[in-house]
Design a protein around this ligand. Structure first.
Ligand code: ATP
Ligand code: MG
Length: 447
């Protein structure tokens, strides 16, 4: 078998361990990625050295998972996770081993890993240790559990989700026995912390094959464990201009937006409330206010899934406004500027991308897509034109308003909002003298 060089950035770490007389190997995802010629996310090293021995050898090192025997070593600016060979025993809580034993062999260390393609090791001279047939499965593009999949998923109920995540990111198939065991073990996901579920699911969302990944999550029964609301859209057909049910339309929308987390979440949840708001009248289906109900539902879902607070707000706002633009309506510039202000300038680009993806994912006419693109281009032009989207953009401020005897109190804010609407009609009005004059007139009229 040909040998592949261990990447230069981890060589020094392996070399130092080996020189000190400890067996040491590159392991796990980094070996897999090396064999696939993909950039590795991070480097993991397994060694016979104990955590204390590892720390003694590297001045820049700190224990990161002491109980699990992991030490992070920084060499030439590269962080490498160094873990002592171990075997694990007893998983009574379905999440963590009750006991981790050091003093295991490399082979034992590989056999405790989840999937064959993740259970290979490479030595400094490029020799591959592959006790489970990982190389063969890589070539066949298959995700296969190490050992009996049922037992392995019983031990750690996150593994099924990791398997689907890997299949999604790599575009691999799931070996049939592994797939069946995933379906059986899916209900155990409730034993896993929401943070771990979130971390894996985020990676599915960001993957290029996200549509297929979501479909795998649905068919495996995993999605029902942590995002059952999305399944309500399966089979909910829409009116004639939609070729797909809500679920399928959602997958297509997510695939169309760029792989940024906020945007992918918004695409995933933009129609989440459609099934709950469905009404029928005269043979037509309506989903009135689904964006309003959806805003709240999306926020609840994301909070439950431990998504960051800031992101929850951003996604909810995108869901809220995803219906704000309609192609074919004769919008005035001022109306579009007000819309930008309401949505929040910093969110408009995401909203436009979501909107175009949503409209494009109906499976409908091309003429509409052109109208959508034209309107989006117009909004982008206004966005990069004169900044008249917030009271901060005005040529006057609260002190000017107070100096004219308006306020104090909420009257100041109201006066500024009125001025903002005034300059949104015509941005050339945004000059100090013009605005002060306008304030005087307005104020004079009321006293
Ligand atoms: P990536 O680096 O792309 O996230 P990875 O496979 O390296 O993928 P990590 O979470 O970094 O994933 O885990 C490193 C290695 O540890 C894996 O390749 C696998 O061998 C092992 N591993 C991780 N999680 C588990 C688990 N839940 N059960 C068994 N082995 C695991
Ligand atoms: Mg890794």
């Amino acid at each position: 078998m040909e040998t592949l060089p261990v990447p230069a950035s981890v060589r020094p770490v392996l070399a130092r361990l080996v020189e000190a007389g400890h067996a040491a190997f590159l392991v796990g995802g980094s070996v897999r990625d090396l064999l696939l010629s993909r950039p590795a996310a991070d480097y993991d090293v397994a060694t016979a050295a104990t955590p204390a021995e590892v720390m003694a050898l590297f001045s820049r090192s700190h224990p990161t998972g002491a109980a699990h025997g992991t030490v992070t070593v920084v060499e030439d600016g590269v962080a490498v996770e160094v873990t002592t060979f171990r075997r694990e025993a007893g998983y009574s809580d379905r999440r963590r081993p009750d006991r981790v034993d050091f003093g295991a062999s490399l082979e034992e260390d590989l056999l405790r890993r989840d999937y064959t393609i993740n259970a290979m090791a490479m030595s400094l001279d490029g020799r591959l240790e592959d006790p489970t047939g990982g190389r063969r499965d890589l070539a066949a593009r298959v995700i296969r559990a190490v050992g009996d999949p049922r037992c392995r998923f019983d031990e750690d109920a996150l593994r099924p989700l990791r398997g689907v995540r890997l299949a999604t990111e790599l575009g691999f198939d799931l070996e049939v026995g592994t797939w069946r065991a995933i379906q059986e073990a899916a209900p155990l996901l409730t034993h896993v912390s929401r943070e771990r579920v979130r971390d894996e699911f985020r990676r599915v969302l960001l993957a290029e094959g996200v549509g297929r990944g979501l479909e795998l999550l649905r068919r495996s029964g995993l999605l029902a464990q942590f995002l059952p609301e999305l399944l309500e859209g399966v089979g909910v057909v829409q009116n004639h201009h939609h070729a797909y049910d809500v679920w399928e339309h959602t997958l297509r929308t997510v695939e169309r937006v760029s792989p940024r987390l906020t945007l992918r979440w918004a695409a995933l949840l933009h129609d989440v409330a459609k099934p709950r708001t469905l009404t029928e009248k005269g043979g037509q289906r309506h989903f009135y206010r689904h964006e309003v109900v959806g805003e709240e539902l999306a926020a609840r879902i994301l909070t439950r899934l431990r998504e960051e607070r800031r992101r929850v707000g951003q996604v909810a706002a995108l869901v809220r406004w995803h219906m704000a633009l309609r192609p074919g309506l004769p919008y005035r510039d001022a109306t579009l500027r007000r819309l930008i202000a309401r949505v929040g300038e910093e969110r408009v680009e995401d909203l436009l991308e979501l909107w175009q993806a949503d409209r494009g994912a109906h499976g409908g006419e091309e003429a509409e897509e052109a109208a959508v693109a034209a309107l989006a281009a117009r909004v982008r032009r206004l966005l990069s034109g004169e900044r008249v989207f917030s009271p901060r953009d005005l040529a006057v401020d609260g002190r000017d308003v107070l100096a004219l005897g308006i306020g104090p109190g909420p009257a100041v804010g109201r006066a500024l909002q009125k001025l903002l609407a005034f300059v949104q009609e015509d941005p050339s009005r945004n000059r100090r003298e013009v605005l002060l004059e306008r304030l005087r007139q307005d104020f004079g009229r009321r006293t």
